[in-house]
Write a protein that binds this ligand. Sequence first.
Ligand code: 4AD
Ligand code: MG
Length: 430
Amino acid sequence: MKTTIDQVSNHVGKEVTIGAWLSNKRSSGKIAFLQLRDGTGFIQGVVVKAEVSEDTFQAAKSLTQETSLYVTGTVAEDTRSPFGYELQVHSLEVIHEAVDFPITPKEHGTEFLMDHRHLWLRSKKQHAIMKIRNEIIRATYNYFNESGYVKIDPPILTGSAAEGTTELFHTQYFEEEAYLSQSGQLYMEAAAMAFGKVFSFGPTFRAEKSKTRRHLIEFWMIEPEMAFMDHEESLQVQEQYVSYIVQSVLDNCKLELNTLDRDLTKLEAIKAPFPRITYDDAIKLLKEKGFEDIEWGEDFGAPHETAIAESFEKPVFITHYPAAIKAFYMKPDPERPEVVLCADLIAPEGYGEVIGGSQRIDDLELMEQRYKEHNLTGDAYQWYLELRKYGSVPHAGFGLGLERTVAWISGVEHVRETIPFPRLLNRLYP
Ligand code: 4AD
Ligand code: MG
C-alpha cells in the first residue's frame, strides 16, 4: 500500500511503499540505515543484508544523497527515535539518481546555503521552520475566522504610501507612477467601515537599506482592523491572538520544536494578558539599564528593544510613543496630544518588534491637518479622507510581521530562514 511518512502510525506491522528522497545514509557490511524524507516527515529505513536480496542490499549501499526512490517495507515502532517509527526495508526502486548534491552533512557557510536556498529547503531544520510558519498561518485563519472577522485582500499595486515615502518600491503603472504596498492598512480601514472586523494576510515591500537579522525587503503581514474598537480593546485582541498562535504551535508542532531544540518552557509562559509599559517608562527603564544618553522623543533601536524585553518573560507592549516618531494616521491621546494611542509589541529573547498597531484618527479636520504636515497632497489619498466624512467611527488595528513571529517562536536567529525565498538587501536569487 502506498502511503506517506506522516501516516505510518496507521500501518504498524504492515507493508507499505513510500515515495521518498535519501537525505543521509550509514552502512556497514551487514546493515544500511537510510534517512528518508518525503516532505511530510523523516523516517529511518533499515536494510538488513540477511533479509533482502543481494541486489537490494547493494542498491541501498550505493544510494547517493537526494536520490529519489520508492521504498517498500514493514512499519515498526521504534522508541529510540523522536519520531517513534522506522521502516524495515524489503525492496527499493530508484526513480532518479542524484549526483553530487551540493549540500552535504558537513558545515556550509551562510552565503553558500543562501545561494542554494532552492535545495536547502529540503534540510530537516528548514523543513521544521516552514512547518511552524505554516502552523502560524493556519492558526491565524482559525483565530480570526472563529472571532467573526472577514478576510479582505488589499491591493499590492498602490498609488499611496501607508508608512512613509522613503521605503517605497516604485514601479511604472502605464502612464502613472505606482508603488508596491508597504502595508494594506489604509485599505483595511475602508474595509472595516464596510465589514466591521476584517483581517488581511499578504506580502508587503520595504525598500529599506537595513541589513539586520530582523529585516526583509519582502515580508508577509497579518493586518486586522476593527470598527468601534479603541486602543485598549485592540491590545486585548493582540495578546489573545498571539497567545493563540503560540499555543497552536505547541500543540501541533512538537516534533518541529524538538528538531529546533526550542526551549518549550519559554513558549509555555506566553499567555494573555501581556505586560504594558508606556514609552515614558521605557525611557526611564533604559536609563536605569545604562542607556544614559537616550532622550525623550528618540525612537528605539534593536538594542533598546532587547534591553526592555529582558525585563519581561512575556511579550511586552510599549504604548504611547511621541506623535513625532510615529505614522501620520495615529490618534493623539486626548489627555496628552504629544503622544499617540499606539503600541509596539516586543517579543522576548531579543526578537524585537513583532506587532505595530494603533487607534486611528477618526476626525476629518485633524486628518486634514496631518495631511498638510506630511505633505500628502494629490488625489491618491482623497478616498482615505472620505472614510472620515461618511459615518466616521473610532477604529483600531495592527500589523503582525509573520517572519519575525516565526523567528521568535522557532527560536531561529535570523529572519532569512523564516521565509521560503528571502529577499534581502543584496539578494534576489534564487
Ligand atoms: O510597524 P509597521 O511598519 O506597521 C505597519 O505597517 C502598520 N501599517 C500596521 C497596521 O497597523 N496595520 O509593521 C508591522 C510589523 C512590524 O511590527 C514587524 O513585525 C513587521 O511588520 N515588519 C517587518 N518584518 C520584516 N522585515 C521588515 N523590513 C519589516 N518591517 C516591518
Ligand atoms: Mg513598527
